[in-house]
Design a protein around this ligand. Structure first.
Ligand SMILES: [Ca+2]
Length: 125
């Protein structure tokens, strides 16, 4: 199962891809689970709570989380960057704010909140 998890890790376009091979290698070597899969310096989103389920991680963001297979799925996040991040419920950073996160912020989105499974785009702001 750990091999499968490594293969389903998804990345944002752009600079994040440059780090893909080293990030995946580190993930496999440490057999990380949950929150621990989130690489330092990235903003990570997860389908489940407590950093569980499918994960995607970003250096600057994504205008369409469907591109990472994570549209309307985010239920927890960890901001391991030094910047603020914002997520929206429409593509291209439009629609309603879903959540904002200060540097270092880590949170579960309660299942009965508007924000749960609503993020469709996000970026460092
Ligand atoms: Ca979810």
């Amino acid at each position: 199962m750990k091999g499968l998890k490594s293969r389903i890790l998804v990345l944002a376009a752009g600079a994040a891809v440059v780090c893909a091979s080293s990030a995946i290698t580190a993930s496999t070597a440490h057999a990380a689970t949950g929150w621990d899969r989130c690489p330092s310096g990235y903003f990570c989103i997860f389908d489940g709570h407590d950093g569980t389920g499918k994960m995607a991680y970003f250096q600057w963001g994504s205008p369409n989380l469907a591109g990472q297979g994570m549209d309307n799925m985010t239920s927890s996040y960890w901001n391991r960057t030094s910047r603020w991040w914002t997520a929206w419920d429409a593509y291209n950073y439009a629609g309603h704010f879903v959540f904002t996160s200060q540097a270092g912020g880590r949170s579960n989105i309660p299942v009965d909140w508007f924000a749960n499974n609503r993020a469709s785009s996000l970026k460092a702001t």
